[in-house]
Design a protein around this ligand. Structure first.
Ligand code: 13P
Ligand code: SF4
Length: 338
């Protein structure tokens, strides 16, 4: 179990939000009792905690067994021998863990953890689209509900989207729900000489759609040698200006391997916090926005979910939905891992 000094060493360089709001030795000491209770419950229940790169740093460094992007965490959920999986992220990620582990208990500490992408399309919408586009292969982003996945042929994440789409044999594809990611896919395929007819749904991520190309230009002017890292949920005219486009863990690896000292990340703040902790000699500049759904996770609601889960903490899926959604998710693994 982590000591308060080890926790402080991990958290002391994180300056997300107000520069005056830093973790102190005392605040880390104060976090220890709840961390100890969570660790004891993990042992008692044979549970693991998976935490997305965007959640609060005291979760990532205090209690998480694995942190990562949506693809990496889905893989961890798929490989896990634990009896209970607590997924600190948003609902669709916890649902994906349940799709992969129908016989395990999967707990979502933050049952109100929506996502503007996943909440923007229903199973009924997909049924209607399938009737309208009967010859298209339906590809969904992992940011969708289990019911939507159950009606799609394969899913993708930000770390494998280009690879999976390129490997699909059918030239007619319906991609949902992220319109901006879809526009980025179309541009990428055109640039690489791959001809596919791609229809798009009109969903967006409320965090990533806000970034403007002008802010990227301004940061380039003000910080010489800065490297710009962009998530593919951003607008194509923002993505065009990037040095690197990829998932949250892809960005982390890029920073780890880069010789540059200054970076501008166009993604949620939580990732910047991890980078500040892992690479204290590098500088992270520019705007930083938060996802209110990811930030609704806390040590307190993780403790409550482990100690006394309510029905809304426990992920339950209809058996048909689970079975069909599993074939959609497994199809992604077979494309991505080959
Ligand atoms: P990653 O898979 O890149 O972590 O993205 C998940 C997400 O919700 C981004 O907004
Ligand atoms: Fe959904 Fe956007 Fe939040 Fe990611 S950042 S979970 S896409 S709302």
């Amino acid at each position: 179990m982590i000591t308060s000094q080890q926790l402080y060493d991990k958290l002391k360089d994180i300056q997300v939000g107000n520069p005056l709001c830093r973790f102190t030795e005392q605040s880390c000491e104060d976090l220890l009792p709840i961390i100890q209770r969570i660790e004891a419950l993990k042992q008692e229940k044979n549970a693991i905690i998976l935490a997305h790169n965007y959640v609060a740093p005291q979760i990532l460094y205090g209690v998480a067994d694995h942190m990562g992007d949506s693809y990496g965490l889905a893989k961890k959920a798929r490989e896990s021998n634990a009896e209970v999986i607590v997924f600190a992220s948003v609902r669709f990620m916890a649902e994906t863990a349940k799709i992969l582990n129908p016989d395990k208990v999967v707990l979502d500490p933050n049952p109100d953890g929506g996502c503007t992408l996943a909440d923007g399309i229903t199973a009924e919408d997909v049924k209607n689209l399938r009737a309208k586009f009967p010859h298209h292969t339906f590809v969904c982003y992992i940011n969708t509900t289990a019911e939507v996945k159950a009606l799609c042929d394969t899913c993708v994440t930000s770390s494998n989207v280009y690879k999976v789409i390129e490997r699909i044999k059918n030239d007619q594809i319906y991609f949902l729900p992220d319109r901006l990611m879809g526009e980025n896919i179309k541009k990428y395929l055109k640039k690489n000489g791959v001809r596919k007819d791609i229809e798009l749904y009109d969903g967006t991520c409320y965090v990533h759609e806000e970034y403007q190309p002008e802010s990227v230009d301004q940061v380039r002017r003000n910080f010489s040698g800065v490297e710009i890292l962009v998530h593919p949920e951003c607008r194509p005219d923002v993505v065009d200006k990037a040095d690197y486009i990829g998932s949250t863990s892809g960005m982390l690896n890029y920073v780890r391997e880069s010789d540059q000292k200054t970076f501008f990340l166009l993604t949620e703040c939580g990732l910047t916090g991890i980078l500040e902790s892992e690479f204290p000699d590098k500088q992270f500049v520019g705007t930083c926005t938060t996802c209110r759904y990811m930030k609704a996770n806390s040590l307190e609601n993780i403790l409550n979910a482990l100690e006394k889960p309510t029905s809304s903490n426990i992920i339950e899926l209809d058996s048909n939905v689970q079975k069909n959604a599993l074939s959609c998710v497994e199809k992604m693994f077979s494309y991505a891992e080959s």
